[in-house]
Design a protein around this ligand. Sequence first.
Ligand code: NAD
Length: 292
Amino acid sequence: MSQPNAVHGLRGDQIPVAPTITLNNAVEMPQLGFGVFRISPEQASTCVRTALQAGYRLVDTAASYGNEAAVGEALASSGVRREDVFVTTKVWNADHGYDNTLRAFETSRSLLGLDYLDLYLIHWPMPARDMYLDTWRALERLYADGLARAIGVSNFAQRHLNRLLAAANVVPAVNQVEMHPGFPQEALRDFNREHGIITQAWSPLGQGKGLLAHPVVLEVAERNGRTPAQVVLRWHIQAGVAAIPKSVAPQRIRENLAIFDFALTAADMAALSAVGSGQDRLGPDPEIFSVT
Ligand code: NAD
């Protein structure tokens, strides 16, 4: 019988390791990481330490999350070597533009207490402000200077990427977008793949809302002897994307990484892909989102 605190798929003190995905510049990025959106600085240091102890080797933060200093403190005190952790942060909407972005990067880097970032992303394209090409030039400069090992974008639709690719010297390594079974982003994923851009799913669990209680998700979970969150995360892995689930509960933090010792069948994958309308967007539409 399993212990009350046992994690599905984990025996004893076993620590799972996420496989890596090779980015278009040969940098290796863990396929599953830990996201820290809406985690207070106080909670963030504890959660990031828990995640690193649980085996996560990617942390996804952003200037706008207000917890970069706490994340940096957790990284520094974790005992995990800097080169073994992949750290992502993002330039916020208010800091678009070449000079502003260089300044914002410096602030983030200093709050995180790091010499370099592994991945720096443009958080939102904000097409109405039309500054993302200048912002991208700043990211190219940071990349050329070795301050970011990889650069990418977030919430870019094909239209924004086409424009960026026409002007860019460096192809984005990653496009981090909302993706979960209810909003599978198939066309954008195909576009990203054709251009050598890795899709990274935010809100991969559908923010823990209705998705994890959907009868099909429950049935697939039950049949595989896993939790709903584990089968949804496994769906992402087998879809070939990267994902960054968030949790503040230690048990769930561990559970969400314990997904590399089982596989869904093609029928399970198809069943999960069909749980929503395909257009069940939970977050803002990048075409109009321009909050600063
Ligand atoms: P998510 O899909 O990861 O859902 C998180 C929620 O799911 C938790 O708050 C909890 O309520 C629930 N949950 C987590 N693990 C669970 C488990 N094992 N069992 C049951 N419930 C569980 O959503 P998110 O936090 O919005 O997204 C994850 C990360 O993606 C963020 O922390 C952030 O790093 C990133 N993100 C990026 C953007 C962007 O614009 N680039 C936007 C949103 C989020």
